[in-house]
Design a protein around this ligand. Structure first.
Ligand SMILES: NC(=O)c1ccc[n+]([C@@H]2O[C@H](COP(=O)([O-])OP(=O)(O)OC[C@H]3O[C@@H](n4cnc5c(N)ncnc54)[C@H](OP(=O)(O)O)[C@@H]3O)[C@@H](O)[C@H]2O)c1
Length: 312
């Protein structure tokens, strides 16, 4: 089968489209999926460039990619949740026990798979998995966002941000978001109530006493954000560990999220998509053979929404 592999860490040039990679073999609790589409996340760059090597050293070659959609071709021992022919989506990331989704076939742990939303294309479903699970976990599980709450979402035009805006609106919240001036129209269409141009304005001078913050940016944005929460308010960071001492001093809650692309999150996401609450936005679709161009666009092209790789 065709697959995008790396033999070493590095830039775009380490991404190699190989034509004759053996199909992954299925294990207990796994499904073998014929991949129709995959999507790129910043984490795929982290893996490619060696950002995970100290935590989990890899045995090369490895197939990159997590997010996927496709059709179940085989099921492993002990799997009763899916049958051959099911249209599914989820994560086949190697760090969660999959074989990598930038390929014609991938194995994935059943706990990272769900039925694809009925009203989406394969490309849209592949774009949803990690960013959508991130938004659901942050807003519904950590923040427990309620109708009437005020939430600031940093990076509203990004993968996570644009889904989180739609989810927050569906939950009845007032939504402020930080974006560059080019992305204002994009987030207005998603239902945003208040826009802060992060290159020309200081959100900490415009926002006060908010109930919640979803931080997809990190760095100094995180600490500044803690100060615009009301007492007892919650910040969820997608980027790293917030300063817990500062949070305690300010009387706010700060949570570092590690997203789980679980069946439960994916099913909730599918429900939100099928109800019309969330629509994933695809910035651009690339064929598998143009994976280098796809990564370059993801990293340098300021995409609005998601970059998708069409496999079939
Ligand atoms: N903890 C976890 O489990 C987990 C899971 C998923 C993702 N993540 C991380 O979460 C982050 C976001 O992921 P994503 O998929 O949403 O990435 P993305 O699609 O690349 O979006 C990032 C967005 O942030 C915007 N941005 C950059 N600097 C900003 C600033 N100072 N203020 C406001 N917005 C700014 C970018 O806008 P421009 O186009 O203007 O630069 C872009 O729209 C990544 O770092 C990713 O690695 C963590």
């Amino acid at each position: 089968m065709k697959a995008v592999q790396i033999n070493k860490y590095g830039g775009y040039d380490v991404l190699v489209v190989k034509k004759y990679v053996p199909r992954p073999t299925i294990g207990e609790g796994q499904a073998l999926v014929e991949i129709y589409a995959a999507s790129i996340n910043p984490f795929d760059k982290t893996v490619r460039s060696g950002g995970m090597q100290k935590i989990v050293p890899l045995q090369f070659p490895i197939t990159l990619g997590g997010d996927f959609s496709g059709v179940v071709k085989e099921i492993g021992e002990g799997v009763s949740e899916f049958k051959i022919g099911d249209e599914v989506y989820g994560s086949a990331n190697i760090f969660s026990g999959g074989s990598g989704s930038f390929a014609e076939f991938a194995t994935a742990k059943i706990r990272n798979v769900a039925m694809k939303p009925k009203n989406t294309s394969f490309q849209e479903a592949a774009a949803l998995a990690l960013v959508g699970s991130s938004a659901v976990q942050a807003l519904e599980e950590h923040i427990k966002l309620q109708s009437g709450n005020k939430i600031l979402i940093h990076g509203g035009a990004g993968g996570i941000g644009h889904v989180a805006i739609q989810l927050a609106k569906a939950l009845g919240a007032y939504v402020a978001t930080t974006v560059s001036s080019d992305d204002k129209e994009f987030v207005i269409q998603l239902g945003t109530d208040e826009i802060i141009d992060y290159k020309n304005e200081k959100f900490e001078e415009k926002i006060k006493d908010f109930d919640a913050i979803l931080d997809t940016v990190g760095g100094e944005v995180t600490n500044k954000s803690l100060a615009v929460l009301r007492k007892g308010g919650t910040l969820v960071s997608m980027i790293g560990q917030p300063d817990l001492k500062l949070a305690e001093k300010l009387g706010v809650i700060a949570i570092r999220q590690r997203t789980r692309v679980s069946t439960q999150h994916l099913e909730r996401l599918a429900q939100l998509v099928e109800n019309g609450n969330i629509k994933i936005k695809i910035a651009k679709i690339f064929p598998l053979d143009q994976v280098r161009e796809a990564f370059k666009y993801q990293e340098e092209g300021y995409p609005r929404g998601k970059v998708v790789i069409k496999v079939k």
